[in-house]
Design a protein around this ligand. Structure first.
Ligand code: DGY
Length: 348
């Protein structure tokens, strides 16, 4: 699909993206925009090389693509200077290879904070209250009347929410769980989140003034403290060498037997084989997963676990956010081509 065929700059988007703002932005600013119409979900390096071709100023790519030396050097040879991931995470991008080839890299932070936090909160509730299991039970025609033991789950109020990685998304998630469900907070991050601490303190004072039990917060000295103490734990680290398999058999073992673990960051943060074993051995332990170690696949056994809620990497999937991500990705590429600032710029 081609927009503004006579545009001076050739920009390629490896996927069609939501909304039209990003298309207008490029097409109205002298770009010839080519949107790949290939129907297979994950493009190979060869597919993308063919899209880059002999002349290409910039590319908007997706988190399912491996952007390394081969693609960045091809983009350089084609005269390109700009690449933007349509994602905040850029673990699929070799930023050093981009630097070597003089390609600016953009990402799309900010517009997906609340949407992603809302999905992590949804997974927390779905897992704690066994929503998916109960839904499947209903649809299977198994409900034959109210029972005291039927789908008993965990009450969140007064329990402790644990956040690992209290950046933008982790902090937004924490606020939702604290304000929405009056949970206490324990968090682990290399950096202190004073804004989050101030929020919990003020909210605790508000509750106290209204005769309610105040919520509390604690910044944990170690990640293990969070895993040991929290009832619901949500993972929000960036994926890199230091966070690969952050949740391993040893760390699973110290978590409460009835804890809920949520991951809407990146799959490899959890050792998924170990997780399946842990779910099998601890039926009251529950997980809510948006991401998987080998997407689009799940490790054997995970799909059979009733104590797992699984969704296909949809944390940022609200219309507003996806249109915003597309617009930011277009702005990043256009910005580099035209000499404006690049929004998310991991390598600049
Ligand atoms: C991201 O942006 O990194 C998400 O995983 C997809 O929205």
């Amino acid at each position: 699909e081609v927009w503004n065929p006579s545009g001076k700059y050739r920009v390629v988007s490896t996927k069609s993206m939501p909304g039209t703002r990003w298309i207008r932005l490029l097409a109205d600013n002298d770009c010839r925009l080519e949107i790949c119409t290939e129907t297979k979900t994950i493009l190979s390096v060869d597919d993308i090389l063919a899209l880059i071709g002999d002349r290409c100023d910039g590319v908007i790519g997706q988190l399912t693509e491996e952007w390394g030396e081969v693609l960045f050097s091809a983009l350089k040879r084609a005269g390109g200077t700009a690449f933007s991931n349509m994602a905040v995470g850029y673990n699929n991008v070799d930023v050093e290879a981009a630097n070597r080839n003089g390609i600016a890299v953009g990402n799309t932070p900010g517009v997906l904070t609340e949407t992603t936090a809302e999905l992590a909160a949804s997974l927390s509730l779905a897992a704690a209250r066994r929503i998916v299991e109960a839904d499947q039970f209903m649809r299977a025609g198994l409900y034959d009347g109210w029972l005291p033991h039927l789908f008993v789950g965990n009450l969140l109020k007064g329990q402790t929410v644990g956040v690992i990685g209290a950046g933008r998304i982790g902090s937004a998630y924490a606020r939702m769980m604290i304000e929405g469900f009056k949970m206490n907070l324990i968090y682990y991050d290399l950096y202190q989140s004073t804004r989050l601490e101030k929020f919990v303190t003020a909210y605790g004072q508000f509750l106290k003034a209204n005769g309610e039990q105040p919520v509390t917060w604690k910044r944990a000295a170690t990640m293990e403290d969070v895993l040991r103490e929290a009832d619901v734990i949500s993972l929000h680290p960036v994926l890199d060498k230091t966070t690969y398999h952050l949740i391993n058999p040893e760390r699973l073992a110290i978590m409460k037997k009835e804890a809920v673990l949520v991951n809407a960051s990146r799959g490899p943060v959890i050792d998924e084989v170990a997780l399946v074993e842990h779910l099998k051995a601890n039926p009251m332990f529950r997980v809510g997963l948006d991401v998987f170690e080998d997407e689009p696949y799940m490790k054997p056994g995970l799909a059979d676990m009733k104590n797992a809620v699984v969704v296909p990497h949809i944390a940022s999937a609200s219309k507003w956010t996806r249109e915003g991500m597309a617009t930011l990705a277009a702005l990043n590429v256009l910005g580099k081509i035209k000499g404006y600032p690049v929004w998310g710029n991991p390598n600049l």
